[in-house]
Design a binder for this molecule. Structure first.
Ligand code: UD1
Ligand code: CA
Length: 455
């Protein structure tokens, strides 16, 4: 029996008070809806349909996955009406798993349990016990399963006291769901077609409805406002860090690290406070990340030491490199082994070979640096002529004195020395000293300017 997943994502999310549709609000750097979609990918569903409506085109553009079947719900007339929009393309022989686009912390394992514990021709609702069930649909049980779900606004005082609530996750056979949806009315306090009314219709049809409880209420929390979004962010961060600690990664404080993407770590990695990882980041064995670093889409080799306060993006490093403090590595910065990049150094689209050092106040762009090179303080590769970018090449073992400008395109030979303060516009030969300076002169008896007394 195939599996269809229908994700409800048409609502406006008024309580977010944002121009961005609710399901595009970011959690751990990804839209809420992307988290729900990742969950459905993990279940290997053969049909995934997203019901969209509010902010429709933006939602589709943000998730350009050709595997998604999109169903438009032009007017938001309720969750039952939303599911109806997805039914025309849903194969009759499938089971349908309905998820909400604003419940991003659900784990695939919970859904796998729901699927495994429900006979294929029966129905299930994922529920949870809530300390404070206010606002949620309440689960009304009889001896042999769930009888119905009552929404808060339509519940009696007695029903309001029920603490078991509907998480919004529902599983049932597609053909039966199609019939029940056709029988929904909207005679309720909100004048909406409630998906939850399907439960009573199933019971009337003698189909058993299993109420299967999730392990934690955090996992099924719905995100309606910025406060809940922030709570979910912390919960998800804790989950990600817990998993890394299980793998042996050390953290100075697991509450002061943020992972917005995928962080892969080797053995004996240590991460100090306020590290933010974005996109795909890989840290090799023995890597140490000191405090206050942003690292995005980068790969760091074994035993790399990242000092405090660096911005590292799109960089690749070999082993035993040392970066910062206060360095900026931009996309295409490729460092081999034992490379040192010090404070106030920016490197972009450049290769730096083994053992080279760029330690102070330097800009390196579009450059090939050989091995064992020492780049002095305040060196600038002038790579941009206002229209085009040009390359600089520095040979193995070269020594670039302080305050040098290398006006690209230019090549510095292997073992060359460039005198401090030079502006190099032509190639410098191997193993020689090249310098370019104005003559130093001193003017005797020079009178310093003084301010005139205007009184
Ligand atoms: C719903 C359930 C409630 C449950 C709660 C769990 C119903 C009637 N109520 O209430 O029992 O406890 O979720 O979080 O189902 N949506 C559409 N189109 C619509 C209306 C909603 O796509 O016309 C989508 C929303 O974008 C959202 C999801 O359905 O992703 C849930 O809708 P929401 O309005 O948040 O329902 P709740 O009032 O939270
Ligand atoms: Ca909700």
């Amino acid at each position: 029996m195939g599996l269809s997943i229908i994700i409800l994502a048409a609502g406006q999310g008024t309580r977010m008070r944002s121009d961005l549709p609710k399901v595009l609000q970011l959690l751990a750097g990804k839209p809420l809806l992307a988290h729900v979609l990742a969950c459905s990918t993990a279940l290997a569903a053969d049909d995934v349909c997203v019901v969209y409506g509010h902010g429709g085109e933006a939602v589709q553009a943000a998730l350009p996955d050709p595997a998604i079947r999109w169903a438009l719900q032009a007017e938001q007339s309720g969750t039952g009406h939303a599911v109806q929009q997805a039914m025309p393309g849903t194969p009759d022989g499938n089971r349908v798993l309905i998820l909400a686009g604003d419940v991003p912390l659900l784990r695939p394992a919970t859904l796998e349990r729901l699927l495994a514990d429900t006979p294929k021709d029966e129905m299930a609702v994922l529920t949870v016990d809530m300390e404070d069930p206010t606002g949620y649909g309440r689960i009304v049980r009889a001896k042999d399963g769930v009888q119905c779900i009552v929404e808060q606004n339509d519940a009696s005082d007695e029903q309001c006291g029920i603490r078991e609530i509907n998480t919004g996750v529902i599983l049932c056979p597609a053909d039966k769901l199609r019939n029940w949806l056709a029988g929904l009315g909207n005679e309720n306090s909100q004048g909406e077609y409630y998906l939850t009314d399907v439960i009573a219709l199933a019971v009337a049809d003698n189909v058993k409805v299993h109420g299967i409880k999730a392990d934690s209420s955090v996992e099924v929390m719905g995100i309606n406002d910025k406060k809940q979004l922030a709570e979910a962010e912390r919960a998800l961060q804790q989950r990600l860090v817990d998993e890394l600690m299980r793998q042996g990664v050390g953290f100075a404080d697991p509450a002061r690290v943020d992972i917005r993407g995928t962080l892969k770590c080797g053995k004996d990695v240590f991460i100090d406070i306020n590290a933010v990882f974005e996109g795909d980041v890989e840290l090799g064995d023995g890597t140490k990340i000191e405090s206050n670093n942003l690292i995005r889409d980068s790969k760091l080799g074994a035993n790399t030491l990242i000092h405090p306060n660096n911005h590292i993006e799109g960089a690749t490093m070999g082993t035993d490199c040392e970066i910062g403090p206060f360095a900026r590595l931009r996309p295409g910065a490729v460092l081999a082994n034992n490379v040192k990049v010090g404070n106030f150094v920016e490197i972009k689209n450049s290769n730096v070979a083994d053992g080279s050092k760029v330690n102070h106040l330097t800009y390196i762009g579009d450059t090939e640096i050989g091995s064992g090179v020492n780049v002095g303080a305040g060196t600038i590769t002038c790579n941009y002529d206002g229209a085009y970018k040009h390359k600089t090449k520095i040979g193995d073992g070269a020594f670039i004195g302080s305050g040098v400008e290398l006006v690209a395109p230019v090549e510095i030979g292997a073992g060359a020395t460039i005198g401090a303060g030079s502006t190099i516009t032509r190639n410098a030969p191997d193993e020689s000293l090249t310098l370019e300076r104005g003559k130093q002169k001193s003017i005797q008896g020079w009178v310093k300017p003084v301010k005139k007394d205007t009184k």
